[in-house]
Design a protein around this ligand. Structure first.
Ligand code: SF4
Ligand code: SF4
Length: 122
């Protein structure tokens, strides 16, 4: 561990741990194309009530076997980010467990099918 000393006594010395945990990532929602996201929300407005609790991901059958993360996917969709989405959604087994636990009563299984239909159309 290396310490970088600063001459300013009021500033906190930055610590260089020698590695970074995550790459910096900036989301610019003004640049993202939200048309598909808005069309999805028109068909399933209850998705706007999602509180991001992660219950869907925690109980997900596909998530236990693969890197599938349903909460991340539908969060990205609402932000207008769709890259690699369709391929990820193919990992869903349509078992419906996520729907049983959603505290908002969102039909998440139907959401998977809606997303695939919308993304497949493009
Ligand atoms: S379980 Fe429901 S409320 Fe929680 S993150 Fe999933 S969709 Fe959103
Ligand atoms: S329906 Fe799909 S997203 Fe929902 S728990 Fe089953 S495998 Fe996971």
């Amino acid at each position: 561990m290396r310490r970088r000393h600063t001459s300013n006594r009021n500033s906190v010395a930055a610590i260089d741990w020698g590695y970074g945990i995550n790459k910096a990532r900036v989301i610019n929602a003004d640049v993202n194309d939200l048309r598909m996201s808005e069309a999805i929300l028109r068909e399933m407005p209850e998705l706007q009530t999602c509180i991001g609790c992660g219950g869907c991901t925690a109980t997900c059958t596909a998530g236990a076997l693969t890197d599938f993360n349903f909460r991340m996917l539908h969060t990205l969709v609402r932000r207008g980010e769709y890259e690699g989405m369709y391929e990820q959604l193919n990992k869903c087994m349509l078992c419906g467990k996520c729907r049983l636990v959603c505290p908002r009563g969102i039909n998440t299984r139907a959401l998977v099918m809606l997303l695939k239909r919308k993304l497949g159309d493009n």
